[in-house]
Ligand binder design. Structure first.
Ligand code: ADP
Length: 465
């Protein structure tokens, strides 16, 4: 199958991102003997990640703190001047932007991720739903087209039955979703959703889905090479969310029945193969109270919570991304995944996202200087960070993630205890953090039983005590 193998070894790679994920990718590159290049905004000129790279270059200081990292022309110019072979996009920023993929390809730079065609097909929620239907993957009742006017919205809502969810096709990061409970609310919510989507995501494509009450969010990590081979690295349970954003994630999704998990794995592989997916990707599903799984979207990039899949499978996903982009097949000696049977699931891993959000103040991000920073550590603990150290200044410009604390143990209960112990060891002064809140989540019997659902946090006031 792999007699057409073409390898292009990378000597130098630019990471078009910042913070913890930039450092995570530099580490992977470094271990592969590849020179690392960082880019940074004016606001990040003292940030730690830039000094972790072998070379580092400033972005356009005229652009804002976010826009600097979205400035394709400047990034490509820097990449060409530094003579890099490839760009890793991390997550967020340009990681799901097909124009960026095309710009890389036009300039002879390998984009470490899927092709722009796949990104176009899977990047927006409506078209990925269409692909799922074609691949006979179960989806949530609703429509797979953009709803233009209120008359159509009314008709569809009546068919689907309330409550429904209005979703922006290009929404992301938990934004661009509205729950509508009654027909009386529909027109107002529909118009507002359209306007909001236009402003936030550049178009007003809205579709309707049945709103599932208290589902679990289960996702499958997949890895594909350039030759049509795809494996999964088991599932993650990301049901502990606040405002549709993940707070604690773990792998594997042990509390879902095996039959349901098998449907999800098979669906993920089938859909990935149907679209010719390559590189790392995640297929997200919601599972209802009767354990029916429904595909919701695909993320064509590395995710914040990739770490827990790495822990249970002992596969370095970021290194695998790089090797796949160099052209290595999964069964090559470098990647060494000869078949799905080679992907073993060993123990349990939990990731908690330590942020500078203040749980006592509606999770407002706190800023300022960290005056004391001591982390936890010990057997079975991995910390992926980079923004946090004594003397670091937390700015208001970027997301509030300080460090990801990841535990790994033979049992889930053991992983819970390790996570709690590590969080208790941490001393962070000068900025408020969500650590006490995370500890409350980890102690909660519903969490320990693996029974959390997506509205668990908002329905559990004792977590805030
Ligand atoms: P985003 O791209 O913003 O991450 P997703 O489509 O992945 O959005 O959904 C994020 C979360 O929103 C889900 O994990 C779930 O909690 C909630 N959600 C999305 N669709 C539905 C739905 N139809 N019913 C109930 N909850 C939903």
């Amino acid at each position: 199958m792999n007699n057409q193998v073409q390898i292009r070894k990378f000597k130098k790679v630019l990471v078009a991102n910042r913070g913890e994920i930039a450092i995570r990718v530099f580490r992977a590159l470094n271990e592969l003997g590849i020179t690392t290049v960082s880019i940074y905004s004016k606001e990040d000129r003292y940030a730690l990640f830039r000094s972790k790279a072998d070379e580092s270059y400033p972005l356009n200081p005229e652009k804002g703190p976010i826009d600097a990292y979205l400035d394709i022309d400047t990034i490509i110019k820097i990449a060409l001047a530094a003579n890099v072979d490839a760009i890793h996009p991390g997550y967020g920023f340009l990681s799901e932007n097909p124009d960026f993929v095309d710009a890389c390809e036009r300039n002879g730079i390998v984009f470490i991720g899927p092709s722009s065609q796949i990104m176009n097909a899977m990047g927006d929620k409506i078209s990925s739903k269409k692909m799922a239907i074609d691949a006979q993957v179960p989806i949530i009742p609703g429509v797979d087209y953009a709803i233009k006017d209120i008359d159509t919205a009314t008709k569809i809502a009546a068919e689907v039955g309330f409550p429904i969810m209005l979703k922006a096709s290009n929404g992301g990061g938990g934004r661009g979703m509205r729950i509508v409970n009654t027909m009386e609310d529909l027109e107002k919510e529909f118009n507002e959703a359209k306007n909001e989507s236009k402003k936030a995501f550049g178009d007003d494509k809205i579709f309707i889905e049945k709103y599932l009450r208290a589902p679990k969010h289960i996702e499958v990590q997949i890895l594909g090479d350039n030759y049509g081979n795809v494996v999964h690295l088991y599932d993650r349970d990301c049901s502990v969310q606040r405002r549709h954003q993940k707070v604690v994630e773990y792998a594997p999704a042990f509390s879902i029945p095996d039959e349901t998990r098998q449907i999800i794995f098979d669906s993920a592989i089938r859909l990935s193969q149907a679209v010719g997916y390559r590189n790392a990707g995640t297929l997200e599903f919601l599972v209802d109270a009767d354990n029916n799984p429904y595909f919701i979207e695909m993320n064509p990039r590395i995710q914040v919570e990739h770490t827990v899949s790495e822990e249970i499978t002992n596969i370095d996903l970021v290194q695998s991304q790089i090797l796949v982009a160099e052209g290595y097949p999964l069964d090559s000696d470098e990647i060494n995944i000869k078949s799905q049977d080679d992907v073993h699931c060993d123990g349990y891993s939990i990731q908690t996202r330590v942020t500078t959000e203040d749980p006592a103040n509606n999770f407002m991000p706190d800023t300022g200087e960290i005056t004391v920073y001591r982390s936890g550590s010990g057997k079975g603990i991995r910390l992926d960070g980079g923004n946090a150290y004594t003397g670091a200044v937390i700015s208001p410009y970027y997301d509030s993630l300080l460090v990801k604390a990841i535990s790994h143990d033979r049992t889930f209960a053991g992983a819970v205890r390790k996570s709690i112990r590590t969080l208790q060891e941490m001393r962070i002064r000068g900025v408020k953090t969500n650590i006490p809140f995370l500890i409350n989540v980890l102690h909660h019997p519903t969490f320990v039983a693996g029974k959390c659902y997506t509205t668990f946090i908002e329905e559990t006031p004792e977590l805030f005590q």
